[in-house]
Design a protein around this ligand. Sequence first.
Ligand code: ADP
Ligand code: MG
Length: 754
Amino acid sequence: MAILEDPLRLVIGDKAAKPLGRALDLHTVGDLLRHYPRRYETRGELTDLASLRDGEYVTVQAVIAKVTSRPMRNRRGSIFEATVTDGRGQLVLTFFSRGRQDWRERQLAPGLHGLFSGQVSTFRGKRQLAHPDYELLDVGDDAARAAAEYAAEMIPVYPAAKEITSWQIAAAVRVALDVLDIQDPMPQAIMERHGLCGLADALRGVHRPIDWADVRRSRDRLKWDEAFLLQTVLAQRRLAATAYSATPRPRMPDGLLDAYDARLPFELTVGQELAGAQIGDEIALDHPMHRLLQGEVGSGKTVIAVRAMLQVVDGGGQAVLLAPTEVLAQQHFRSITDQLGPLAQAGELGAAEHATRVALLTGSLGAAARRRALLEASSGEAGIVIGTHALLEEKVQFADLGLVVIDEQHRFGVEQRDALRDKAGDGRPHLLVMTATPIPRTVAVTVFGDLEISTLTELPAGRAPIFTHVVPAAEKPHYLERVWERLREETAQGRQSYVVCPRIGGDSPGGLDDDRAGQDGGASSGGPDGSDTGSGDTGSGEAEGSGTGGGGPDAENARPSVAVLDLAADLEQGPLAGLRLAVLHGRLPPDEKDRTMRAFAQGSVDVLVTTTVVEVGVDVPNATAMVVMDADRFGVSQLHQLRGRVGRGRHEGLCLLVTEAEADSQSRQRLDAVAGTLDGFKLSRLDLEQRREGDVLGAAQAGRRSSLKLLTLLKDEELIGRARADPALARQPALAAAVRVLLDQERAEYLEKA
Ligand code: ADP
Ligand code: MG
């Protein structure tokens, strides 16, 4: 008899245990039994060979179609090839040998059915597995095992590795299950209330199911355990967070905040009032605020942030505002200093009483300006410091950092947040993170642990609507002419437009490489297959000029996407001749970017041809039209963000999504979804559904995935909620004990991070 904590070697022997430990990091019976099948093959049902991807380790069920054997050309030995099929596609199994391979030829006879396991590659246009391991399903050298296998209709397929095949894992699991002796930590009452099966049953059912119902039942129980674990970890984090102290910054009468409110040219919306009051109350407490402010694009989050920052400045502290791009940091700096007027001119003639200063710190500052900004931050002269990743550097210090504000948080990882927080000396600063790319609550609490959430749902009154249309350039080429005419009409009425392209173009070395895909780990881009290009942060510096979302067509037959420099030249000569055009992209020197952005904001540029540098936050109310070229190459949330740049003033906004994607394609459906709703929450859900968990959680969460194997945060939202809501759980010492092993590991990781 064995328990979950027993070392594997005691149960399956040293020889079998070694590769499991080495290749898959499975050391105990529990490790092995929580290594769940990736999927199940139904006996006789062949694997869809078209779904295989190069580089993957796979196990496929297929039928041998034909075999060939020939001597090697330049060396001694032979090549034996077996072609297997799923009835449609083919896969070549290649075996090299020093000698003849007659025995293999006898073994792998056409018509036989087997499981084949190896790494997929493509050779001369054919998919192949070189030297795969295999197990024939019709015959077997180990008669007893074959008989047992045969009885089961469903064959588990495990995540395997080079050293160890799926069926070797299955064999080890079989032994472990046979000797397993488990005390189910979950009380009968809870199992009954939630209709869950026992743990021993669940483990057996997930590894050796009788049918799909068995799989579902088993997974339900195992997922439930994971949801419970998740809730326990989160509860613990919340508890840990309350252990930190922070300097309270209660609202002071007649300070900068009051003066700012008096200067505001508009009334706050009800949502802004509410969120503002919540935030104001929390930063008045002696433990750190941890709040996420989510709000639709254009809902006016910045004002809330500025008001919180001023409350902290009134309380003698400093506030820092981190923005993901230089363009956005500069814009914040400009608009906040404008709004504050004399309130931000401390030390200057005409400054208001209690005035403070606002400093800007970005990577592109000249040495002198940089020194001044650093000094203003460290001396405390600047009450508000605005900047990009440059703020995270060690040299940046504050006299008394009371509040960290992170704008467009989906562009940042947890690490960056923590880097800023660590600059507060003793205790922790209050934290406000803002996003226009909302994520579901369950995901949010997991990603942010102890974050409270405020949501702005309404837009300020008097905001004109945005109309979005898909322009099918392939089917209706003359529509494109109409697009440019529309921009001329906007210009004729004194308004401005954006033309957004996925790529910079020009003579960039490497051609396409400024077209880097989805650099942000958040929900605003990323391929439909959840390609792992997102690193979870923009650690390489500013996020500008890059970042076209995924969703593009397969690389093979794609023409390069429309490029800023090429299109700008074409438009200038052709359809937009005579208008004042300017280009903006990440390769421009920062001061030129700033100059161009200013010119556009002041209305001396009619049409700005640009990359996604304008994706987040840019605010030019007189810009009313946006054309997105190759719109299908952007992610859903990213398009929503982009279009949020227009319709910011009194005039209605127009967004034209130009695409060559075919009418019924998935890409077109995504574009239609964007055109069909202005609800960013709906769209971000759509975006999330197409991604994998790791992309949602970002790099910083990778460690945790080890204990969340079956649970998917988005699909299992309801289950996770139930696990939290069951008050009986909190009083279950037995259950708590059962997760302690996992939890300890969690906690260790968490503490390391903290
Ligand atoms: P976002 O939430 O997308 O960051 P911003 O903070 O950039 O939005 O605000 C968008 C625009 O709306 C800004 O020009 C801002 O000055 C303006 N604004 C904010 N709040 C209000 C309000 N209550 N009434 C009118 N305009 C507002
Ligand atoms: Mg904003």
